[in-house]
Every structure is written in structure tokens, then in C-alpha cells.
Write a protein that binds this ligand. Sequence first.
Ligand SMILES: [Zn+2]
Length: 323
Amino acid sequence: MESHELFDPDRNPRSLDCRPVLSRPRADVKVTPLGGIDGEFCPQDRALIFEDANGTRILYDPGRTVAGATDPRLGKIDIVLVSHMHGDHAGNAHNKAPNSGTCEQPDMSVSAIPNTNAANIAIGKKSKIVTGSEMPPFFAAKLKANGGNPADSMLARFGGSVTVGGVKIATVQALHSNGLDPDYIGGDLGKAMKEAGIWGDVGLATGYVLTFSNGLVAYLSGDTGIHTEMKTVVNEYHRASLAVFNGGLSAGTNASVAQGLNELVKPASVLWTHPNEAVTEGGKLRPGTRVAALAKMVKAPIHFALSGRTMEFDGKGKCVAGC
Ligand SMILES: [Zn+2]
């Protein structure tokens, strides 16, 4: 059906004129970063909103750049995901308002201890909070203590999955640590743990695999070094086509990151997050950044998570708008 291609807006922008469009209706997944400064990609940026074509909205790792549950950029949030308990992911503190502070020196003046920014947002938005490993009982306790419904904290166990709002959520291993800061425990126990230098055990750190209603399978790496399950579980079993990759130093060297993406995950596209460096200035890539070097080493296109800019991914992991 060669003639069909003439009318596919993916391939031929001229089909946007008034001739009939014969291709299927679009059902792309929208991804909007909620970073520190609008239009930039800053060291503390982690938070992403995924919006399925069916309207389900998922907030991933709110961290410190989402200004609590009342951040006007959030809108409706159905599901909160937290890859692991470190303060830059669960959110031990956050900005007073979007865009406060600078890209290099973000405002992190509002404490979210002992709840976490993630739990406060889930309570404020009446969302489910879906985590793996042994994190669900922690979040259930925080929901209960703050007027939320503990049953809204749901487990996606390694090897299994839960489906919420039409999106299938599975957890996968992340090769990282996952200690719970005793400040979240508080009281005499928290004080004693702190003095002893022991953090609480909430199980292994995780990543996620999300399967959206348009067929897109997205791998959210969490903080991780490379590991064999990137090949066996993420690529060969789940067949993820979009890799949302945490690029801070916890990911390892440039060589190991490139090897992990090129030889193990093998995605169609990479969405770079957690940069731990000011990647852009004026919305443009700064030369000399780590991600600029990696973009030359990684086979798949690397897209940058500019705060507030919505990107759209088709069912095969290709960015079709906003990148
Ligand atoms: Zn981190």
C-alpha cells in the first residue's frame, strides 16, 4: 500500500492539508518533565509525568523539583511511582514554587521529612502510589498517618505487575542501594539508628517497566549500574523500546552506560534524566557535558528532558513530537 504512505502525517507533513488522512488516530504517550527551571535541564531534575492516551497520568520520582502537592504543573495525578527511597527521588525536600532558585543552585528549602514529597503528593492528589520491593508498607504507613488511604499504596512485585488506569506497571531490579534515612522514622528509634549510622531496610532499589495502551513499553531505569537483567528481562522479556535512563554518576562511566544502552537495553530512543549537571543553557545543549559526549557513543537518539516541554512517543518508542 505505497499510496497509503502519502497520507501518513508521520512521513509526509504535506498530508496536514485538507486531503483525507487515512492513517490511524494517534495514541502517543506524552512525557512532560517537571524540572527545576522551565525550558532547561538541570542537575536535580528527575520528575517526569507520563500521560497515556486514555488520560491516565503518572508521576515518576517527584524528587525535589516538584513544589509539593499544590505545584500547579501537576494537574490530575492518578499514580505516583518511586524507584527508591533516596532523598533526590522520594523527595526529602523541595522547592517553594516552580522555577525558584537557579539551574545550578535550586531552591530546596521546604522539608518533606518525615513524609517524603511523594507521599504528600499522593495524599493531596488522592493517587495510588505503586512501588516494588519492600517500599509499599512504608508508604502505606505514611498515607495512614496523614489522612490518606493505606490501601492506595500498592505493590508491584519483582516478576509480577499491576495494572492501574490501563497502564501495566512492573518493577525490575536496579543495581543501587535503597536505605531509608532514619529521619523518616524519627523518635528514639530514628535517633538511635542515626547515631549508629544505620539506615532502614526497605528492600532492593527498583526500576520500572510501563506498558501503555498504545503498546509503548518504557523502561524507567531508576539509579543503576549496568546489569545483566537489562538484556534478559528488560530487552528480551519486556521488549522495552523507550529507555528513560538515569544518567548521574551512579550509572557508571560513559563506557559502561554506552555499553548498557547499545548492547543490553537496545532501545529505539533514550530519554535522559537525573543528569547531575547543568545540561543546557538557554535551552541549548552545553558543550563539554557528559550527555553531549554520550550522545556520540549511544546508537539510539538521546532526548533531553527540558522542564515543561512535552515530548510524545509512539508505540514503538520513537519520539514523534516535542523532541
Ligand atoms: Zn539518584
